[in-house]
Design a protein. Sequence first.
Length: 103
Amino acid sequence: MAKYKPIDMVKEYHGKICEHSDTYFQKRGRTLCTGRICEPRDLAKKPYSAEELAVRTKFQQARAAVKALTSEQKAEYATAFANQKKYTSLQGYMFAQEYAKLV
């Protein structure tokens, strides 16, 4: 693990950071993050577990549910989104609500 000193435009670092792979930038809410993928997963050696596949399936179902929302349902979510402070985007709020229905 490399030592780091955040520069002004990057307030936080997440995940493994090493010096031999490509850097990525990501915005999480209101925070800009950067990192590097240290050792990509080789699916031939370590395939997805049953739990990981279940999470992927739930994620896909929630994405499909968000895409299938009617304009009336989106309007209801928009009014509920305006009254909360946790989520920074309406799309993220709708996804979280639909994902919570699956759990």
